[in-house]
Design a binder for this molecule. Structure first.
Ligand SMILES: [Zn+2]
Length: 86
């Protein structure tokens, strides 16, 4: 039984980075936000990734090269399956 029929957890996880970057449509942003608000499985991952991006954003002020590092780390996380399943 699912509490959130609009999106399943795998769909949310796959789009979490784009959600955090604000690169989705307003409608999809709203759908994912609603899912995260009620899903105990996705919300911790959302908090982790948001904090990760916050740290990088703060560091980027002094170290512009970290943009490249961020891309590499994100790719590595996706390889590890942390940014989505399948
Ligand atoms: Zn979920």
């Amino acid at each position: 039984m699912t509490m959130h029929p609009m999106l399943d957890c795998d769909a949310v996880m796959r789009q979490l980075w784009d959600y955090l970057d604000g690169e989705l449509t307003p409608e999809r942003m709203k759908q994912i936000g609603a899912h995260l608000a009620v899903c105990q499985r996705c919300y911790p991952q959302y908090q982790f990734e948001r904090r990760f991006l916050d740290v990088l954003a703060a560091a980027r002020n002094d170290h512009p090269a970290l943009d490249q590092l961020r891309l590499r780390v994100m790719a590595a996380l996706k390889d590890e399956g942390l940014a989505g399943v399948g």
